[in-house]
Design a protein around this ligand. Sequence first.
Ligand code: IDP
Ligand code: MG
Length: 151
Amino acid sequence: MERTFIMVKPDGVQRGLVGEIIKRFEQRGFQLLAMEMMYPTRELLEEHYSEHKDKSFFKDIIDFMHSGPVVGMVWYGHSVVKTARKMLGETNPLNSAPGTIRGDFGIVTGRNICHGSDSVESAEREIKLWFPKGVAIYDNKNTRQQWIYEN
Ligand code: IDP
Ligand code: MG
């Protein structure tokens, strides 16, 4: 079982896609552990995207991510990190299959609606960064989990 960090970016929030994105993860069977609307500082965003600090688009992505509130979430489940990336689609929405979040709602890379951690290590780093007080895992066994997993 894994956790991943999913964030609806300012374009997704302004376009009213928060509920749509939550719905997709919920209906797939993943469990929501934490969610908060946030207005991140530039420092937090620069840390979040630090792997891209030397790229030409770094300033644009930080400016854009700082342009309005975002919704940060932690989702939990079997292989959730990789599965969430499949549900998001490719970085460039034009390369994303229909049925994915970016493939259904986006056109350009700089407005691709939603972030998802790219590995288990990135997920744990990002969860600590965005939810520094920690995230509890509530035991949902005996409710819907028994209809989603075999044991
Ligand atoms: P990812 O979000 O699919 O993991 P990354 O390569 O980690 O993609 O890039 C982080 C974010 O930076 C992308 O989601 C996108 O918003 C932005 N970005 C990446 N490449 C470009 C680019 O070439 N032009 C503009 N923005 C970009
Ligand atoms: Mg990435």
